[in-house]
Design a protein around this ligand. Structure first.
Ligand code: PLP
Length: 246
């Protein structure tokens, strides 16, 4: 896609975020746009950087390994890189080496491993905990579709959070979720509300962490996510067009 198209699409997404904020009385500066550039080349990332995007997301380590240094070489500067995809144990070291922010911490064992690697690297990595609030079997993360009235769900998450908050090298900043793919974005609204309520409950019980971020909303549903409190939206197709391959 030509650079002008990327710039126009970035402007449109930012305007749409601002409109969603206006509808609910939020300040648009509370919402960070993460442009998810999976399948798109470094040139597309640089075009988005020139259009003012500062944060980018990738969901696969293999792809990020080449693209992150290539973007830096082309642009002459490094944007903030967010890991948003499922992380296999043997890829954790690369995640620590490549990324600034990890949205997809979806199990205690992974948090422990990232903690060890971050500590070795002398880093403190901001992380989000990935939550499966829809209950779909295909989704990663702590299952919390019925956390209010299913003690086992609540107890598992609460005890893992307690353990994760003690780990060095990681700084928990909030929650992330993937809503189900649906035709009508309104269908996703209860999912976003559920994530926000869960965040509020965790913030009450674990005030030692900031819990300031809710990473939710993608191309098909981000205006609704922003209305429900998203502080980070992860947008791929609305900025870069259709994915090139997968
Ligand atoms: C691909 C991806 C996105 C962006 O999806 P779009 O529908 O293209 O906006 C967001 N989050 C994650 C985890 C992704 O893998």
């Amino acid at each position: 896609m030509a650079d002008v198209d990327v710039a126009k699409r970035v402007a449109l997404v930012k305007a749409t975020i601002a409109e969603a904020c206006a509808r609910v009385g939020r300040d648009p500066s509370e919402v960070t746009l993460v442009a998810v550039c999976k399948t798109h080349p470094p040139e597309a990332v640089v075009a988005a950087m020139r259009a003012g995007v500062t944060d980018f997301g990738e969901n696969r380590v293999e792809e990020a390994r080449g693209k992150i240094p290539a973007v830096e070489a082309l642009a002459g500067s490094r944007p903030t890189w967010h890991m948003v995809g499922h992380i296999q144990r043997r890829k954790a070291r690369d995640v620590v080496a490549l990324f600034d922010f990890v949205h997809s911490v979806d199990r205690l064992k992974l948090a422990e491993r990232l903690s060890r690697l971050a500590s070795e690297a002398g880093r403190e990595i901001p992380i989000l905990l990935e939550i499966n609030v829809s209950g779909e079997e295909t989704k990663w993360g702590w299952r919390a579709d019925h956390w209010k009235n299913t003690p086992s769900q609540r107890n598992t998450l609460w005890s893992d959070v307690e353990a994760i908050l003690k780990l060095p090298g990681l700084r928990v900043e909030g929650l992330m979720t993937m809503a189900p793919i649906v035709d009508d974005p309104e269908t996703a609204r209860p999912i976003f509300v559920r994530l926000r309520e869960l965040r509020d409950a965790l913030a009450t019980d674990f005030p030692e962490a900031s819990w300031r971020h809710l990473s939710m909303g993608m191309t098909d549903d981000y205006p609704v996510a922003v209305e429900e409190g998203a502080t980070i939206v992860r947008i791929g197709r609305a900025i870069f067009g259709p994915r090139r391959s997968e």
